[in-house]
Ligand binder design. Structure first.
Ligand code: ADP
Ligand code: ZN
Ligand code: ZN
Length: 629
């Protein structure tokens, strides 16, 4: 066969036929001590990848504890399927063709181009023109004959950016989005490998794009959790990008209005060169922000927010309301005995969806009819508490019968279809209030918007995760950034039951630096990232005793005594995961925290390789976990 490294093959494997990757050729078969089978057929006529991709796959498999095959299959088209979320198009004002760069933009572009490689950070408030900086640098890189990868957290949320990139870079652009079929993806892949496409734009897995002569990787919205893969291999595109940029001597530019603590710290300690953009350039200004203490109000929409929505409407402007919780209400519980409706497969409460008249689990999709009597004690005193977007919609309709209100969340997209159509109507001024979840939090730029209301800022604060404050802070700043983009009179109102909470207060005051200093001190004290590093091991299975026994056994055998003295390593757990059950699987975790990554990483590798899992118990190993739930 004309087999070459980089092609896929179909080969017999036991009784099955599997697809395999050729990673080397030319071994002398006669010297092997075992018999090998014939390959059935070659799948590709041209290699899909080369030695540098194999080297990258080896690094992935080492770093994130997976097999080489698993690494190659996430890197290549036709490998793992990516999940689809409904496409959300955004409608930005087209960029001004003859725009004059601001001094800050100029300084960032010159500063980054002055060095031939390295990592840079563009920290700029929302609407400060980071995209323009990215694209102008990309232009220069491409003119030098090198390739560019532009990563975004979610490609379907960045329609406008994609259009801009296409308009500027023409046929040399490849867009890798989750809507592509494997064969479409393969076509794009080939265009990139052949050098026909030199500008790749895409989500997380686009970091593997086989760009020839890579000159630049851009990571937009660097703080986003979406850059970390939630399934094996649990890679972080940020880490992979750093590795690739290092090996291929390319520049890496990350950017955000709310840098992650890890990135802040690296800029702060001089390991990454930072540039700042502090002004809005399209006629907007930083909005005024008001914090509303909800303990004074009984309704979901406070009096001041109600007044402001009214005022905004009377001025002929629009409002965006944000709430990070869909459905009608959060809990269904009994006031007599305290019974609470929970999913029978997952350890979470069921959310009431009024339109469907169902209690639904947001983790596994399980649903049941709401009850009239308590199933535990028979009491009729049952009811709902906590609110979701559906309840807010109802309250808004009662408060403002004349206003045109639209809800945008994954439920309303399923029910009513075309999100694009609704957003277009919002842009045209045919909708007065746009109410939604994360879908309205980022990327949307509507000139008519004056008011942004955060219905409840506290929703993520109580999660048992050391990044809960960081996430809450970032979300408030990002959502607030939807106001005042094109006019200097933007207003943000943040409702909270915890107005004294530091994350909320500092986000409202735009005190990014202070928040960072406060948070970094806590992290340092606890030895958490960016100081120490974490490994997480989740054991799951249907049989709780077996799960616990395996976790305990692993912890017992994980011998940290042999580590170097200065490694300051601790093994936490095993303990129940905060989400102690998902889809009927019990979950226990071990968290290892260390100041000395390397020896612990290899100790962990050895322990994983030696460990024999009992049947029915599964293990998830996560290096630098992003979620601890
Ligand atoms: P960011 O990515 O920092 O949130 P954007 O790149 O979306 O900001 O820019 C916000 C707006 O400012 C866009 O409409 C963009 O066209 C505009 N813009 C960018 N640079 C300039 C400039 N130098 N002069 C005028 N407008 C600009
Ligand atoms: Zn009861
Ligand atoms: Zn469930």
């Amino acid at each position: 066969m004309d087999a070459e490294v980089g092609m896929r093959v179909k080969a017999p494997f036991g009784r099955r036929k599997l697809i395999g990757f050729i990673i080397s050729t030319g071994i002398d078969i006669s010297e092997l001590e075992y018999k090998i089978k014939e390959i059935e057929r070659l799948i590709d006529k041209q290699p899909l990848y080369g030695q540098s991709e194999i080297a990258l796959a080896r690094w992935i498999s080492e770093m994130y504890y997976c097999s080489l095959g698993e690494a190659l299959s996430i890197m290549l088209p036709g490998g793992k399927r990516e999940s689809r979320i409904p496409a959300l198009e955004d409608f930005e004002i087209p960029p001004n063709k003859e725009l004059i760069l601001s001094d800050e933009q100029r300084a960032a572009i010159d500063g980054i181009l002055a060095e031939s490689h390295g990592t840079f950070y563009l920290y700029g408030i929302t609407g400060s023109g980071k995209t323009e900086v990215f694209l102008q640098i990309a232009r220069r890189i491409i003119d030098e004959g090198l390739g560019v990868i532009y990563l975004v957290p979610e490609i379907s949320l960045t329609h406008q950016l994609t259009e801009d990139v296409r308009a500027r870079f023409g046929s040399g652009v490849a867009v890798l989005h989750s809507g592509l079929t494997p064969s479409q993806k393969l076509v794009e892949w080939r265009r990139i490998r052949s050098g026909e496409a030199e500008f790749v734009i895409g989500a997380r897995s686009a970091v593997f794009a086989p760009v020839r002569k890579l000159g630049l990787i851009i990571i937009d919205e660097e703080h986003e959790g979406a850059y970390k893969s939630g399934s094996k291999p649990r890679y972080n595109a940020r880490q992979v990008a750093m590795y690739r940029a290092g090996v291929e001597k390319a520049r890496l530019i990350m950017g955000s209005a709310t840098p992650s603590m890890e990135a802040w710290h690296q800029v702060d300690t001089g390991r990454i060169k930072g540039f700042r953009l502090g002004k809005r350039l399209a006629g907007g200004a930083v909005p005024t922000v008001e914090l509303i203490d909800m303990r004074k109000y009984k309704t979901c929409i406070s009096k001041p927010l109600e007044e402001e929505i009214k005022k905004t409407y009377e001025e002929g402007r629009q409002t965006i309301l944000f709430l990070n919780r869909r459905g009608f209400s959060y809990f269904f519980h009994c006031r007599s005995c305290g019974y609470e409706s929970r999913c029978r497969n997952c350890s979470v409460s069921l959310t009431y969806h009024k339109q469907r008249n169902k209690l639904v689990c947001h983790y596994c999709g399980y649903s049941e009819q709401p009850r009239v009597v308590c199933p535990e004690c028979g009491s009729l005193d049952v009811g709902y508490s906590g609110f979701g977007t559906e309840m807010i919609e109802l309250e808004l309709n009662t408060l403002f019968p004349k206003l045109r209100i639209e809800r945008v969340d994954t439920d309303s997209v399923k029910e009513k279809g075309s999100l694009k159509d609704r957003l277009q109507r919002f842009k045209n001024g045919e909708i007065d209030i746009l109410l939604g979840t994360q879908m309205v939090a980022k990327g949307l730029n509507f000139p008519g918007v004056k008011l942004v209301g955060i219905v409840l800022a506290d929703t993520g604060l109580h999660l048992p995760d050391f990044r809960a404050y960081e996430r809450t802070f970032n979300l408030i700043v990002q959502v607030s950034g939807r106001a005042g983009r094109y006019f200097p009179d933007g207003k943000v109102m943040i409702q909270t039951y915890k107005p004294e909470n530091e994350a909320i207060r500092m986000a409202a005051d735009g005190m990014l630096e202070s928040f960072y200093r406060r948070e970094i001190e806590i992290r340092q004290e606890l030895g958490f990232p960016p100081f120490g590093r974490l490994f997480r091991l989740v054991f799951r299975g249907k049989n709780e005793e077996r799960v616990i026994a395996s976790a305990e056994d692993f912890a017992f055998r994980f011998d940290i005594d042999g580590l170097p003295e200065d490694s300051n390593t601790e093994v936490l757990g095993p303990a129940e995961c905060p989400l102690s059950m998902i889809s009927g699987n019990f979950r226990y975790q071990i968290i290892i925290r260390t100041d000395n990554f390397k020896p612990v990483h290899s100790l962990f590798k050895g322990a994983l390789a030696q460990y024999n899992l009992p049947s029915g118990v599964y293990i998830e190993a996560d290096v630098d976990p992003v979620s601890l739930l």
